[in-house]
Ligand binder design. Structure first.
Ligand code: PFF
Ligand code: NA
Length: 452
């Protein structure tokens, strides 16, 4: 038997877990979600969700990984034979995400390159949707080869290289470099952003509380949804990463650190994004409401437009897109590890073979998103994964563990035995009752909206 791979240091594990959590969701999802769901008042449901679902589930997943020391499918099968499929469901979600996530990372890389001399020109929307995605832009590699192909190959090369080096020499070292770099770059961005004219108006709009929103169920659903996505829970990721922890590890403390680090980054991103949106509103004479967006549109249409108007625009563009790249690639590594570990254990493969088959298949599928129809395909898949895949996976997970296997008390003893922070009834209540109720309600709401 081979020794199970293990993190070299506690900091290495923490940086990897934070690297998985901190991603595009923090930068392009959180700011607009908070703004649209009550602004300053959103922090109440958000903190509530963090403390009743985010951190409790993180503790649970870290404990499962640390106790069973296996990939997600095998961990679940050790809990109960009939539960292995829950692990595979989570692994499948991760795999699907891993087929389109690299496309966005590749776009970021390409836009970092376009930042030299702000090559996107004046009409950034037309540049992104027409020129860039349809392969006729000035930097194009020819009309048959999609623009994204070369950066996509670069991204996959990096992913294969890091995965090939293993947990300690690959994933840990990569995150030790990527995450501190990301923090520094992002801090520079935010400091520049808040000194821009108009920044204050942007921040006022972001933090202004709409207290009535707290009474709205959909605001609470948005808060829980953000927490789930943002903390990478129910993706099989955190179980896999914690399975490489040394036997005696302070899990509870690690979960609090990961949760608060991710939320701090989220808050920082909200401040940076809204300061910049405030600047844009001032430049274009519009209201904040008119310029708020999220996702692909924010990163690749609105931001390029703003960057062009900023002092030192090329430099600022590079910093912004490099930070998107770093945030994305550290999350990408984490999802790739989940199915590599799952497949490797299930079929007793070498790590090399598991990487070749698992990531190889994902690589091939990712090429389809590189085509012109890619964005539509990406949006559709992303929508179903986020609205049903993750919520269902989380629901199966907590119900199986709290109500079928009934091992919450065992897990609690395991975590409490290695931490100064003791879990109490609030932890079991969060996992056993609050989270399943909220996730069930979330599923029904999404279904109702879709059927309307
Ligand atoms: N937690 C990441 C974020 O907030 O951006 C999201 C993420 C999605 C991580 C998908 C990993 C992943 F596979
Ligand atoms: Na996140």
């Amino acid at each position: 038997m081979n020794e199970r791979s293990q993190w070299g240091t506690r900091l290495g594990f923490l940086l990897a877990a934070i690297g998985s959590a901190v991603g595009l969701g923090n930068i392009w999802r959180f700011p607009a979600t908070a703004y649209e769901n009550g602004g300053g008042a959103f922090f109440i449901p958000y903190l509530f969700a963090l403390l009743t679902a985010g951190i409790p589930i993180l503790i649970m997943e870290f404990t499962i990984g640390n106790k069973y020391r296996s990939s997600a499918p095998r961990s679940f099968s050790k809990i109960s034979k009939g539960m292995e499929w829950i692990g595979w469901w989570q692994v499948l979600i991760s795999f699907v995400i891993s087929t389109y996530y690299p496309i966005i990372i590749a776009w970021s890389l390409m836009f970092a390159y376009y930042s030299f001399g702000t090559k996107w020109g004046a009409d950034t929307s037309s540049f992104f949707f027409n020129d860039f995605l349809s392969m006729t832009d000035p930097g194009s590699f020819g009309s048959i080869v999609p623009n994204v192909l070369i950066p996509l190959l670069i991204v996959w090369t990096i992913v294969f290289f890091i995965m090939g080096k293993g947990v300690k020499k690959g994933i840990e070292i990569a995150n030790r470099i990527f995450i501190p770099t990301l923090m520094i770059i992002f801090l520079i961005i935010v400091i520049c952003a808040v000194t821009l004219p108009g920044a204050l108006e942007g921040l006022n709009a972001f933090f202004e509380p709409n207290w009535e929103s707290i009474m709205d169920g959909s605001v609470w659903v948005a808060a829980y949804g953000q927490i789930f996505f943002s903390l990478s829970i129910a993706f099989a990721i955190m179980i896999t990463y914690s399975s490489y922890l040394p036997k005696k590890s302070d899990i509870t403390n690690n979960a609090f650190i990961t949760g608060f680090a991710n939320s701090s980054f989220e808050l920082l991103a909200g401040i940076g994004v809204f300061a910049i949106l405030g600047f844009m509103a001032l430049q274009s004479g519009s209201s904040i409401d008119e310029v708020v967006t999220s996702g692909v549109g924010l990163a690749f249409v609105v931001f390029p437009e703003i960057i062009s108007q900023m002092p030192a625009s090329s430099l600022f563009g590079i910093l912004f897109f490099v930070s998107l790249f770093l945030a994305g690639i550290s999350s990408m590594i984490s999802i790739t590890e989940t199915y590599i570990a799952g497949v490797q254990e299930k079929f007793s493969l070498s790590r090399g073979k598991a990487i070749l088959f698992g990531a190889g298949l994902s690589f091939i599928i990712s090429l389809f998103y590189a085509t012109q129809g890619g964005l539509v395909l990406l949006d559709t898949v992303d929508y179903f994964i986020n609205n049903y895949g993750v919520a269902l996976a989380g629901l199966f997970e907590v119900v199986a563990i709290a109500w079928f296997a009934r091992i919450l008390k065992d897990l609690q003893n395991h975590a409490d035995g290695q931490s100064a922070i003791k879990l109490g009834w609030w932890w079991r209540l969060s996992i056993g009752v609050i989270t399943p109720v909220v996730l069930g309600y979330m599923m029904l709401q999404n279904l109702r909206n879709d059927l309307e």
